[in-house]
Design a protein around this ligand. Structure first.
Ligand code: FAD
Length: 317
């Protein structure tokens, strides 16, 4: 379990990272190639994101456009099992509300339990791109809090008989997401933290943050969470910048700020190779300060491209 890894580390900062399933049609070999160079830094767990269906339009021979529902990056659960099998580390599948009825969620959790996967990151999930606003399934969950309720009720066991529960209840360690710069839909940070606290009260064991580029935002956020009585580990999520385009894309998609001095350094870069260098340097200095601040783990959003994360980990672990 992620929380046991943290406890066993005895205040040493752990290294972990997140990957995306490959695009449909691509092989898992490319994914393994991205993971292999990072194994020397001994990640105790690797997160695998979940991607819901999207709508695409295909032209029929008669000229009409047909709306097709497709998942571009399927395979989260299979990848988790393959990672555990191949690398002997724990894999943490992301479980989302979107696209799942409660029964489908229950079945997915049963699959994970049978596969020996003891960790999940419970999320609401992103909206379907073309819809823009998150729409739950008719019999699905609207918020991560509701999904958490379902997972913790499976952890308690669903039998009236206590002995049966002791044998058959699941035992997931549950992570949840948080946003040092506030979730974009929340009216303010205080409200967002109120719902985060509810996730912990419902049984979440640890928190992973959205990426941030200014450590002060993370430190202030942790302080506020602690003042509100949230005591679980808060793992910072970090992303090294790799392309110039990310200057505009990341704030738009993830609703985060890039510090002025970082933005200026990226703007001054002539090539993406220069950007990667600046991105790695920035991330190393962020990581060093966070380590000195006593964070339990540094969690990197590698997005399947391991070279920058490898360089950062080499400087730190
Ligand atoms: P919630 O905790 O449900 O919060 C969503 C919003 O509703 C917030 O504004 C919150 O303040 C508010 N809220 C929460 N509970 C309630 C309530 N009970 N009543 C009213 N309002 C409430 N997306 C994916 O699709 N796949 C992934 O694999 C994935 N991985 C992620 C990993 C991390 C570490 C992070 C930070 C995000 C990830 N996301 C992923 C994106 C995430 O799904 C989106 O940010 C989503 O919009 C919110 O998810 P959440 O679990 O934080 O939602």
């Amino acid at each position: 379990k992620v929380t046991q890894h943290i406890a066993n580390a005895n205040n040493k900062t752990l290294f972990s990272f997140e990957i995306l399933p490959p695009l449909k049609g691509e092989s898992i070999t490319g994914l393994f190639k991205g993971i292999e160079p990072l194994m020397e830094f001994k990640p105790p767990f690797i997160d695998v994101t979940y991607h819901r269906e999207e709508y695409v339009y295909k032209q029929r021979p008669n000229g009409f456009l047909e709306k097709i529902t497709t998942r571009k990056r399927p395979g989260t659960v299979g990848i988790c099992a393959a990672i555990m099998n191949r690398f002997h580390v724990d894999a943490v599948p992301h479980i989302i509300c979107g696209g799942f009825s409660k029964e489908e969620t229950e079945n997915a959790l049963i699959d994970l339990n049978f596969l020996g996967i003891d960790n999940v990151l419970a999320l609401r999930g992103d909206a379907i791109k073309s819809e823009g606003v998150f729409v739950p399934e008719p019999d699905g969950h609207h918020y991560a809090t509701e999904l958490l309720g379902q997972i913790t009720s499976m952890n308690k066991g669903q039998y009236l008989d206590e002995e049966m529960n002791a044998m058959y209840a699941t035992d997931f360690c549950i992570g949840v997401a948080a946003y040092p710069e506030k979730h974009f839909e929340a009216p303010n940070l205080a409200t967002d933290i109120k719902y985060l606290k509810r996730k912990i009260e419902l049984g979440a064991n640890y928190i992973v943050t959205q990426m941030f580029f200014d450590n002060q935002k993370y430190f202030d956020f942790v302080k506020r969470c602690r003042e509100e009585g949230i005591t679980v580990p808060i793992i910072p999520g970090l992303k090294p910048l790799t392309t110039r385009k990310q200057l505009n894309i990341l704030p738009r998609i993830f609703h985060i700020d890039l510090p002025e001095v970082l933005a200026e350094s990226i703007e001054a870069c002539r090539t993406d190779a220069d950007v990667r260098k600046v991105g790695v340097e920035w991330c190393i200095s962020q990581s060093k300060e966070l380590m000195a601040g006593g964070v339990p783990c540094l969690h990197y959003y590698s997005m399947g491209k391991s070279e920058s994360v490898r360089q950062i980990a080499s400087a730190l672990f």
